[in-house]
Design a protein around this ligand. Sequence first.
Ligand SMILES: Cc1cc2nc3c(=O)[nH]c(=O)nc-3n(C[C@H](O)[C@H](O)[C@H](O)COP(=O)(O)OP(=O)(O)OC[C@H]3O[C@@H](n4cnc5c(N)ncnc54)[C@H](O)[C@@H]3O)c2cc1C
Length: 459
Amino acid sequence: MNQFFDAIVIGAGQAGPSLAGRLTTAGMKVALIERKLFGGTCVNTGCIPTKTLVASAYTAHLARRSAEYGIAIESPITIDMKQVKARADAVSTNARTNVETWLRGMDGLTVIEGHARFEGPDVVRVGESLLKAPRIFINVGGRASVPDMPGVGTVDYLLNTSILRLDTIPQHLVVVGGSYIGLEFAQMYRRFGAEVTVVEMAPRLIAREDEDVSEAVQEILTDEGIIVRTRATCIGFKPHPGGVAVDVDCTVGAPVAVGSHVLLAVGRRPNTHDLGLDRAGVMVDARGYIIVDESLATNVPGIWALGDCNGRGAFTHTAYNDFEIVSANLLDRAARRVSDRIPAYALYIDPPLGRVGLSETEARQTGRPVLVAKRPMTRVGRAIEKGETKGFMKVVADAETKQVLGAAILGVGGDEAIHGILDLMNAGVTYPVLQWAVPIHPTVSELIPAVLADLKPVD
Ligand SMILES: Cc1cc2nc3c(=O)[nH]c(=O)nc-3n(C[C@H](O)[C@H](O)[C@H](O)COP(=O)(O)OP(=O)(O)OC[C@H]3O[C@@H](n4cnc5c(N)ncnc54)[C@H](O)[C@@H]3O)c2cc1C
């Protein structure tokens, strides 16, 4: 059966639903195809459930520290993991239902459940149905990579999807991958009471960050009893009576970490392998990401790729921004480009790391004259009052243009306070503009002008 539309959206992740909303409001007849869960990764197996679990883990951590605040909890705290999971499930389900209800009630939109596959540049198959449209928007997201490491096929392992189904606490969780997703799970499960080992191939955790950021993050985690094994160059897996034996290091340290559970958190790959892209002639790069131009158009006229599958972002806010770029260019005659976006993200360990723009290392590599300022959270009043003084704030600026190039705020409220810098950079103003600002006391953000005033040349 052939059906004709003005536009087809594949995937109900972070860009597709909003795009469907704009297209239908513009009077188009639109089909949106989703093969699994409305809301995609963020809503179901990413941001929303994990940040809900991080909140439970934070509560456990604070309860254990309650005596430091003069609050007596008479007996040791217990974790009701079934309840913790139920809370995360409820928040996630609520968000998913909201997306689905919104889409199903959208005038002009036909929601189709099933797997979409191209049959040609303007034809998509879903089961027995053939859908045809002059505009097709791909928003298929990604999934966890399963690396081809020795023995990986011989053991049970968890991914970000399956670990969310646990309603018991692992005795010992080995997290393979010391980057953003792995570290969030590592700290939360440690706070739920598991022994945790993080195994990372690189010489340090979150290796794309500055060395001082990596070191401070590692210290935060090891202070809580997490074992961190970096430079694990020969990672391999074997079944073990206690669960899974993970080869950690061929030369230095205990060669094996035995976990009751293993989480693989070693990166993501795009869901482009089963989309029939070759039939449409859409080009992908060596890792399977759809190649797009500045407006997120593919090489095939009439086909765009948005969100994680285009490799231009790996976050909910970048996927949503892709929707804004595509819809503004198509419907508002704007000329928005993906490279106008200032990179920003957070790592939701506690305290969180808020990041924007260039790291200090990247700024130095540009060869520009660079100014740097850094302030430990022990010198931030709000952090002292809260009893949460780990981490630091760091800002990097261009000495000649006086533009802020980037910042890292690792500390309580860092995920929020970083927006002061992000807004400054988006406004395109120089940092002295903030020096006459009157921020609210006591906040973490109030120290941003003080840090900017401290900017000094580096050698
Ligand atoms: C554990 C974890 C934590 C995260 N935390 C954060 C965070 O705190 N902040 C943040 O910004 N980002 C976070 N992310 C990343 C964020 O979830 C993704 O960047 C975001 O969901 C990408 O959105 P998307 O629209 O590109 O794709 P997705 O949200 O993955 O949606 C793609 C949709 O397409 C559907 N689909 C795929 N193929 C087909 C097909 N052939 N036919 C029909 N439908 C199809 C999928 O079922 C899915 O619903 C996290 C990710 C993980 C894994």
